[in-house]
Write a new protein. Structure first.
Lengths: 346, 262, 290
């Protein structure tokens, strides 16, 4: 049943550009898709491993900037008399660089997070994102600062001589984002349902017990952070080569908050949670804008929603729906005592 | 079981201090291969502290702890578990949000060799190993008698079964030395009796057991030797019969009731 | 050398208000274990209150200052009562998320009410600065420094000399025992949050007339407050005080000798370095990681 549902859903998603004529809506879906990838990656860290990382946008932005810079080429003086220059590289290579550098910074944060837990970790991650923001803003020679990186090339894939896809137009980008999103989902699902995923969940739920059976805390914190950072970096790279302009605003804390809302309201520690949350909070701004609601009011609604979700649906929407669904199933069937429990945290 | 060079676990002149307070002072004892050694003593005598030190949850101020020759001082708990020394906790400690099966699956962490890259690539070896682990988890649940509960959330279990789950998780880590911290506290006599059975089956598997327990009937019934702590120091050591008669022990712990029987 | 002295003097003055921010947060963070993202909003609230009373209502500057602080205390108490009471037993992420939601809502209410245009506040002080040899300082800043010092002293007295302060310290040390000894934890929480918020509002009310007032001014203030708390050690007022001055000095010297763009980055750099090398802070009263 579940498999059919997933395939049907996937088929629907694939079909969208075929019938959706409003390109603006398609654009919104693409951006939402990119955010969903980022939210899924945050979910791995925040939801499954229980790490309060509030600097996630840093990885997104690093992916965006590195990918853009590598594809544009750059020239920078690391020291007054030491010029470093990079020629523009193909976009696919640049994206991989973005993912790699994002993953590397994830590794650094992961290592630090072992020493610094709970509330302190929150502050470190926020500070990290702010520092990166300030670097992007002030290292004008490299990043153009507030003037932004312009004319970022779009992705080109293909076999020279045979065929080539140039991801310039919206439908192509939609499929690219969908493909990466599906890939991200599959990777996270594999990780979460494995020994590594169990170790992460164990660390979140009960660290002393986890270590007593041999779980190495640092190893799994780092693994979770690296994978989460790399995926967020991938989202950032997709973003950069889709909108083709990147400025330091990409590091704004408000985007981390958006991702956090998506994960928490959708259901942290569930695979579907960030997708549901992403769809709601990706599309909500557009619906509100269409209803001529001022952006400030929109954010006030977000803030209030966050508080309400925490109070009334602390596990998020997906687990609440599951519970309701199982409640119905139980009520209608004469279930034996001890009917299977919720597929917890999956 | 390991013959050879004597003790499985040696604790030598162990001292554990918190700030100015001395929780354990100059404690030395050893655990022999295949035996069940019980640590007894009044509350606050330092028993759980000793467990914490042995398994890496707190650092000794002095002294040496050695397991089969390897020095345990300073090692992280997960490294000590990897050596084969696994503990349970005094207060009920399980992964409450997970199913009983998944609780044990987490305990099987050290049994598995899946590398992150293989996991991400979805290699068939990973799926194969997952099936194996699921089978092992079922086997362990059968061993402790919880197989009927496999799909239930740990939080749904009654108290006695929770304590069994704790032991199951610890057993999943394939200990050679198992440290049980008050495993039957809060259990009724039936549950205690069946736990004693389980303990003898654990022994039969060749696992050495270090036990902390207050239930004297159980202690006297299962132990090969007993070490008695009081206020952080070892005051007596020996087989159950001699401990029961030891005047120091009686004075400190067993109370007048037992003293009058001697 | 003169430059250095000037920077030092500026840092001293700035440090006083930073200390207020830090003390407020260390109390809240330390006693209630809440990652208080609304702290910066109380800061900007204080500044906007000054704007409202001085510029719109034409009130006396000093009266407005008192009002701003008082209103900050009230707002803090209200936030605690409405939002945090229910979450008393909850884990730290839950309260953190509620604080984030409140922060977003508050800042946007401010944006809606006052628009994003920066506001300036007139002061009753002479505009020509006081010149003391090689350095100069504006009367306004001198006033700010004096008031900040007074408030720091008052906080210190409150925590160490009053019954309320004693109860707060007891709650910080060991909540369960404090409750068993008859401390009304609910009241302590409300009082702590209210006082901490009042100090943040005071900092905002003092600095608002010095700089300009705009809706997102609280964000940096929040983060700097966290840096100060971490630097000084959770729950330590002397730590927060010293931390405030250290941060101000680092900012002034960094801005003066490295680059003004990185001024605000100093705080974050500081956080990261401290947490890597000495996570408990300089004056930690209690060993704490997480």
């Amino acid at each position: 049943m579940k498999r059919w549902l997933t395939l049907a859903w996937l088929a629907f998603l694939v079909s969208v550009p075929l019938w959706l004529t409003d390109l603006y809506v398609l654009h919104v879906l693409i951006i939402t898709g990119i955010f969903i990838i980022a939210a899924m990656s945050l979910n791995l860290l925040l939801g499954y491993t229980g790490q309060l990382s509030l600097g996630h946008v840093a990885f997104f932005g690093i992916g965006a900037y590195v990918s853009s810079l590598v594809s544009l080429g750059f020239e920078v003086h690391l020291l007054p008399d030491w010029l470093v220059r990079l020629e523009p590289k193909p976009v696919w290579f640049a994206m991989l660089c973005g993912i790699a550098v994002a993953g590397l910074s994830g590794w650094v944060i992961g290592k630090i997070s072992f020493k610094v837990r709970g509330a302190y970790f929150v502050i470190v991650t926020v500070s990290f994102a702010e520092v990166v923001h300030l670097v992007a803003l002030n290292w004008v020679e490299l990043t153009q600062g507030p003037m932004a990186l312009n004319n970022i090339p779009a992705l080109r894939l293909g076999i020279p001589g045979l065929f080539e896809i140039h991801f310039l137009r919206k439908p192509a980008n939609y499929y690219l984002v969908l493909a990466v999103a599906v890939l991200a989902y599959v990777l996270i699902r594999r990780l979460v349902r494995s020994r590594a995923g169990r170790a992460m969940i164990a660390l979140r739920e009960n660290e002393p017990l986890a270590t007593s059976v041999g779980v190495n805390v640092t190893q799994y914190l780092v693994l979770a952070t690296v994978v989460a950072a790399a995926l967020a970096g991938a989202a950032g790279a997709l973003y950069a080569h889709y909108v083709r302009i990147v400025d330091p605003d990409v590091f704004l804390f408000i985007y981390t908050v958006t991702m956090v809302i998506m994960v928490i309201s959708g259901g942290k520690g569930t695979l579907a949670g960030p997708i549901v949350g992403g769809l709601i909070f990706g599309l909500l701004p557009e619906i509100l804008r269409a209803a001529a609601v001022k952006p400030e009011v929109q954010w006030i609604i977000y803030g209030v929603l966050m508080v309400l979700v925490v109070y009334f649906l602390p596990d998020g929407i997906v687990p609440a729906v599951r519970r309701w669904w199982q409640g119905r199933a139980k009520a209608s069937a004469d279930g034996p005592s001890g009917a299977p429990a919720v597929e917890a945290a999956r | 079981m390991s013959a050879g060079s004597g003790a499985e676990l040696t604790v030598e002149r162990l001292a554990i201090r918190f700030g100015g307070l001395s929780a354990i002072e100059d404690a030395s004892f050893e655990v022999r291969p295949g035996e069940v050694l019980s640590l007894i003593g009044p509350n606050g005598a330092g028993k759980t502290t000793a467990f914490n030190a042995i398994t890496g949850y707190c650092q000794p101020a002095a002294g040496e702890i050695r397991y089969r020759g390897t020095r345990l001082n300073g090692l992280e708990p997960n490294a000590i578990a990897a050596l084969g020394v696994v503990r349970t906790f005094q207060k009920t400690n399980v992964f409450t949000g997970q199913t009983v099966h998944d609780n044990v699956a987490i305990g099987l962490h050290l049994r598995s060799r899946q590398r992150p890259l293989a996991i991400l690539l979805g290699l068939p070896s990973v799926a194969r190993e997952e099936r194996q682990l699921a089978e092992e988890a079922r086997e362990i649940l059968r061993f402790v008698g919880l197989e009927a509960r496999a799909a239930q959330l740990a939080s749904a279990l009654p108290y006695g079964e929770l304590r069994l789950l704790e032991v199951a998780i610890a057993l999943a880590a394939r200990p050679k030395l198992l440290l049980l911290d008050e495993p039957v506290s809060g259990m009724n006599p039936t549950e205690t009796a069946s736990f004693m059975q389980l303990l003898s089956q654990i022994r039969a598997r060749g696992i050495t057991v270090l036990l902390v327990e207050h239930d004297m009937k159980m202690v006297m019934g299962v132990s090969d030797r007993i070490v008695c702590l009081n206020q952080g120091r070892i005051i007596a050591e020996g087989p159950p019969a001699s401990i029961q008669r030891d005047p120091q022990v009686i004075r400190a712990y067993l109370g007048e009731k037992y003293a009058s029987r001697v | 050398m003169d430059q250095l002295l000037q920077h030092a003097l500026n840092a001293l003055i700035l440090g006083g208000t930073y200390a207020l921010l830090g003390i407020g947060l260390t109390l809240i963070f330390g006693i209630m274990r809440v990652v208080n993202f609304t702290h910066g909003e109380l800061y900007s609230f204080g500044a906007y209150m000054m704007f409202m009373w001085v510029m719109l209502a034409g009130a006396n500057f000093f009266l407005a200052l008192g009002l701003a602080v008082a209103l900050g205390i009230v707002l803090g108490a209200a936030l605690e009562f409405l939002l945090l009471r229910r979450l008393r037993g909850a884990d730290i992420d839950t309260t953190m998320l509620v604080m984030i939601g409140a922060w977003i809502a508050l800042q946007n209410i401010e944006q809606l009410t006052w628009t994003g245009v920066a506001k300036s506040i007139d002061t009753p002080f002479p505009s020509s600065p006081l010149v003391l040899g090689p350095v100069s300082v504006s009367w306004n800043r001198l006033f700010v420094f004096a008031v900040a010092l007074a408030l720091i002293a008052a906080s210190y007295a409150l925590i160490n000399r009053t019954r309320l302060g004693k109860a707060m310290r007891a709650t910080f040390q060991d909540r369960e025992t404090a409750a068993l000894m008859g401390v009304k934890i609910d009241f302590i929480h409300t009082a702590t949050f209210a006082l901490g918020s009042g100090l943040a509002a005071a900092a905002g009310a003092l600095l608002g007339p010095v700089f300009v007032v705009y809706p997102s001014m609280g964000d940096l203030a929040s983060l700097k407050a966290f840096a100060i708390v971490i630097l000084g050690g959770l729950g330590s007022i002397p730590g927060a005080t010293v931390g405030g001055f250290i941060l101000a000095f680092m900012e002034e010297l960094g801005a003066g000798y490295i680059s003004s763009g990185f001024r605000d980055g100093m705080g974050f750099l500081l956080i990261i370095l401290i947490l890597i090398f000495k996570p408990t802070g300089l004056f930690a009263q209690k060993e704490r990681i997480g």
